[in-house]
Design a binder for this molecule. Structure first.
Ligand SMILES: NC(=O)C1=CN([C@@H]2O[C@H](COP(=O)(O)OP(=O)(O)OC[C@H]3O[C@@H](n4cnc5c(N)ncnc54)[C@H](O)[C@@H]3O)[C@@H](O)[C@H]2O)[C@@H](O)CC1
Ligand SMILES: Nc1ncnc2c1ncn2[C@@H]1O[C@H](COP(=O)(O)OP(=O)(O)O)[C@@H](O)[C@H]1O
Ligand SMILES: [K+]
Length: 535
């Protein structure tokens, strides 16, 4: 697992490191060394280092010094004279570097900047870091578009300048980085909002030799799940299993209007390894689903006049549910009154429950005004996994906006804390999906944009339910198991995109790729853990 920190957590970490005897001035030296080492990967002859007023600029001044000592021709571009820099540690390194073998240009015009940049083979962006917020002001509001227009190789110090390190928001111009050399731990804004579009490849400099020991003394905004972390969560297939003991899933889904969602979720659960999948669906669409899924039993449930779950559906589904290792409820179900009863009854059961799509919309209606009004709706002993996309998540917290990773994590944490249940996990789905559990926020591998296609979420819900069933509840950390499922879903996106072309992927392609995707996740995990296949 690799920690990702908020700005506040980073500052707390720096304070802790300082208390242990490594000053902020020393950290700046290490940050500059790391920045220079990333720039040196490009074997530059001529580097331009753009520095700002603060400590991010300090990192740049140190890097400039080191690059010139390595024989690189270096121009430093600064908005002010080194003597005028307010931060004492940054002023110190700026004065030192300016007295050495680098060319310092203060306050160039746009045309002068173009002339300085043109001969360089690498640009180090040390203009703004974690101290920046809002929209970039002059002169950087001129420097940054000028740099971006020249399309050069850029290494950004800590975060691309112009990106809010906390939220990933970009309100004005922002440096388009080739690499981001981030210090101590990646900042959450690199993964949220527009962060991924501007950061390029993210490389992290640990800077402090006891970092592993101290980093857990501060909270982590999130943890990136690395391939080897998933090893314990691979579903097993022992020789002695039968179809029931492999794991059974009841998929409570579909309606006359949306039978396809039930079909995709059920098929995905079976492909993920559940030995026995059954669909419970409103009577009028049961035959259609039977024809689409010859290997899956379909139970018709009393319907209303529109072909959605009817008044008697709640009790019928509750009776069925007890026979399964996991119940997935929601895809294509609509939010008709019968559906609301189905969700209410299933919450009372003691079976691990995955709620997706319309089951979540039913939840928001059950807790009108958001989770805080009726947190008891969510409380149950058995595991409860919610898989909302941003809009569904926003409804669950009473309409508060959820529009990027940061706001999604906040909303999911509000749900968890209000419910106060240890066995609840929120899989907040978006371009970067976060899995929010009581103890941790996980960032599993994200998939390609090809996943943004109707029905893709039904497939993920099926994969999650299939894996929950296969584990028979013997999982110590449900959020890690969800991370395995999200990683599999992400790889289905990559595999389907390679086969069909990235623009042409549809959700049924993802289902067909589940088996291969599980293979890839497992191969990567073993490789990451240094375990050789076939050894
Ligand atoms: N604090 C520490 O211990 C360490 C900090 N380090 C570096 O220091 C950085 C943080 O330094 P600072 O806190 O000094 O902040 P920054 O250097 O990121 O930015 C602060 C400066 O930006 C200016 N600024 C803020 N908003 C602006 C806007 N909208 N338009 C134009 N200018 C704006 C401020 O006037 C201030 O001078 C980190 O990102 C990292 O690169 C590293 O050297 C490692 C150690
Ligand atoms: N731009 C994107 N890049 C990567 N993954 C994405 C992107 N957009 C959506 N996804 C993923 O695709 C899935 C979409 O789910 P959802 O919105 O529930 O779809 P549906 O309701 O149509 O089934 C989620 O797993 C989400 O994380
Ligand atoms: K920067």
């Amino acid at each position: 697992m690799r920690p990702v920190l908020s700005v506040e957590e980073t500052l707390r970490l720096e304070d802790l490191i300082e208390k242990e005897g490594t000053s902020k001035a020393a950290l700046m030296e290490y940050a500059g060394e790391f920045l220079a080492s990333v720039a040196m990967k490009a074997h530059p002859h001529h580097a331009v280092v753009l520095v700002g007023f603060g400590n991010n600029g300090g990192d740049g001044w140190v890097a400039a010094d080191i690059l010139s000592q390595k024989g690189v021709t270096v121009d430093v571009v600064s908005p002010i004279e080194p003597n005028e820099i307010k931060s004492p540690i940054a002023r110190h390194v700026a004065r030192r570097t300016a007295g050495r073998d680098v060319n310092v240009v203060v306050g160039p015009s746009r045309d002068e900047l173009v002339e300085i940049l043109a001969p360089a083979d690498i640009v180090v962006d040390a203009i703004l870091g974690t101290g920046f917020s809002g929209a970039v002001r002059a002169p950087f509001s001129i420097w940054i578009p000028t740099l971006n227009e020249m399309d050069m190789m850029v290494v950004s110090a800590d975060v691309p300048s112009g990106l809010n390190a906390e939220t990933g928001e970009v309100e004005g111009p922002c440096v388009q980085a080739t690499y981001t050399a981030t210090m101590l731990a990646p900042k959450i804004g690199l993964y949220s909002g527009e962060g991924p579009e501007f950061a390029g490849d993210i490389l992290c400099g640990e800077l402090y030799d006891r970092l592993d020991e101290v980093i857990d003394d501060v909270e982590h905004a999130a943890d990136i799940v690395e391939p080897a972390d998933l090893i314990e969560y691979f579903p097993e297939l022992p020789a002695h299993v039968n179809k029931y003991s492999r794991g059974s899933v009841l998929v409570v889904a579909g309606s006359s209007a949306y039978p396809g969602a039930a079909i995709m979720a059920a098929k995905a659960a079976a492909r993920a390894g559940a030995g026995y999948v059954t669909v419970a669906t409103p009577d009028p669409c049961a035959n259609l689903i039977r024809m689409a899924l010859p290997s899956i039993p379909v139970v018709g449930i009393p319907a209303d006049t529109r072909g959605a779950f009817g008044a008697a559906a709640g009790s019928a589904v509750r009776v069925l549910a007890g026979k399964f290792d996991c119940v997935l409820c929601g895809p294509g179900m609509t939010t008709a009154a019968g559906g609301m009863q189905v969700v209410t009854e299933l919450l009372k059961s003691d079976v691990p429950l995955v709620l997706d799509a319309d089951a979540l919309n039913c939840m928001s209606r059950l807790a009108i005004g958001g989770i805080d009004t009726t947190p008891d709706v969510y409380r149950r002993e058995a595991p409860l996994i919610l898989t909302p996309h941003y809009r569904e998540l926003s409804r669950l917290v009473g309409g508060e906006p959820v529009e990027d990773l940061g706001t999604a994590i906040d909303a999911a944490q509000r749900l968890l804390w209000a419910a106060g249940s240890d066995n609840m996990v929120v899989v907040a789905k978006g371009p970067r999906t976060a899995i929010v559990g009581v103890e941790r926020v996980l960032l599993p591998k994200s998939g390609p944009a090809s996943l943004a296609t109707a029905g893709s979420g039904d497939v993920l819900a099926g994969i999650i339910a299939g894996n929950v069933a296969v584990s028979h509840g013997e999982v110590d950390r449900w959020e890690m198991q969800c991370a395995y499922s999200v990683a599999v879903h992400s790889f289905t996106g990559h595999i389907a995109a390679a086969a069909m072309g990235e623009r042409s992927v549809i959700a049924t392609d993802l289902i067909d790729a589940i088996g291969d995707a599980m293979g890839v996740v497992e191969e990567e995990a073993l490789k990451d853990a240094g375990i050789e296949l076939g050894a």
